[in-house]
Unconditional design. Structure first.
Length: 174
């Protein structure tokens, strides 16, 4: 559930650790992030696909104040989340380093690849400056490779026109 929330909401690890149950708005599919970086509040979406996981977690663990609490209550530690994520990656045979911030970065990149505008991503991530968002949302190389040069488009159009003209000439000669 921790990994699913970090990725699906693009949350910082500190935001997840400080997330109180009262800030979950499950009926609206939203989470209120209070006093995030820059002391700003913002809403992030709860993915519909993790709602059963979240509800099961709440019923099973019955947290009191914070969504994710340690064994003796209180806030869960960021080092525990990092260790858990590291172990999960090894079990999944992921052979590169994945951090909670990697999940946030991936969330932003996937939004960009889906066509979500930088301004919306900036708002979802809680950035005050667009330049910060652009760092997180690098454009995937495959998208750059799919862009056709305007010159190639013009040459292809010219070839199509010449082929159509040539077919016309052949039909007139018959």
């Amino acid at each position: 559930m921790i990994i699913a929330l970090l990725y699906s909401a693009g949350m910082r690890i500190s935001e997840l650790i400080h997330l109180k149950i009262e800030h979950l708005h499950i009926d609206r599919h939203q989470i209120l992030i209070k006093n995030a970086k820059g002391r700003k509040d913002r809403f992030v979406s709860i993915a519909k696909s993790i709602l059963p996981l979240l509800e099961n977690y709440l019923l099973s663990y019955k947290p009191q104040i914070y969504l994710i609490e340690g064994q003796k209550g209180g806030k869960y530690s960021d080092s525990s989340i990092r260790q858990f994520l590291n172990k999960s990656c090894k079990l999944a045979q992921i052979n590169f380093t994945v951090t909670p911030h990697t999940l946030r970065h991936t969330y932003a990149t996937h939004l960009l690849e889906q066509g979500v505008g930088l301004r919306h991503i900036q708002e979802l991530l809680g950035h005050s400056r667009p330049e910060t968002t652009m760092i997180y949302t690098h454009v995937a190389r495959k998208d750059l490779l799919d862009i056709t040069s305007p010159l190639d488009n013009a040459v292809n159009q010219l070839r199509k026109n010449q082929n159509a003209e040539q077919k016309l000439r052949i039909s007139r000669n018959i």
